[in-house]
Design a protein around this ligand. Structure first.
Ligand code: E4P
Length: 218
């Protein structure tokens, strides 16, 4: 299972990379706005800076919602770095854009997936990744993990090469459940990745080892 970090914050990306477990980065307009980056030139420079930290794929989302503009924007984004994956919303023009990008060999991540039917459509159009938003589904009393399971099953049935990228991940159990279900990727905030480190028995055991190690000193 690949771990992507879900942030546009360069310090967090560096920290996750330094941990040695980072396989890529996802961003979205809200995450970019949160760090205060503005204007096409600065935004594109920021994506380049992210690509220089990670060895893996970097999702950069188009801001337009019509086919022609998504194509123009996506081609500019893809030219920034070979690691860029053009993130496209699950709308009718988005599906057409994914088909176009796929025919040009440009990788895509179809975002805002909330049903298995949407994932199937994106896979048929040739998406590299589909992003089911599991936390946002849980927020409205709908089982986000069931959606991941359904998409994994459907893609396996037909041998789609599209990868299932679990997004809107809120806590460590989301990661573990997605891993059990066979999701290809989980994209998570740094705090959620780091929460996998923690167990009170590890802390207790280490404290004992450190205390006993002192007894071994001459
Ligand atoms: C990533 O690709 C998604 O945009 C992100 O995971 C959404 O997360 P949120 O629901 O916490 O905003």
């Amino acid at each position: 299972m690949k771990f992507f970090i879900d942030t546009a914050n360069l310090e967090e990306i560096k920290e996750a990379h330094a941990l040695g477990v980072l396989d890529g980065v996802t961003t979205n307009p809200s995450l970019m706005a949160k760090i205060g980056v503005k204007g096409t030139k600065a935004v594109n420079a920021h994506y380049k800076a992210i690509c220089e930290i990670t060895d893996g794929d970097v999702s950069a989302e188009v801001l337009s919602t019509n086919y022609e503009d998504m194509i123009k924007e996506g081609e500019v984004l893809a030219a920034i770095d070979p690691k860029i994956v053009v993130k496209v919303p699950m709308i009718e023009d988005g599906v057409k854009a994914i088909k176009y990008f796929s025919s040009k060999g440009i990788d895509t991540n179809c975002t805002l997936i909330f049903s298995a039917g949407q994932a199937l459509l994106a896979a048929k159009a040739g998406a590299t990744y589909v992003s089911p938003f599991i936390g946002r589904l849980d927020d409205v009393s709908t089982d986000g993990l069931q959606l991941v399971e359904d998409i994994v099953d459907i893609f396996e049935n037909y041998g789609f090469g599209t990868q299932v990228l679990a997004a809107s991940v809120r806590h460590p159990m989301h990661i573990l459940d997605c891993a059990k279900l066979g999701a290809d990727v989980a994209t998570c905030p740094l705090s959620v990745i780091k929460s996998l480190l923690n167990h009170p028995l590890t802390d207790k055991g280490l404290a004992q080892f450190v205390a006993d190690a002192k007894k071994m000193e001459e």
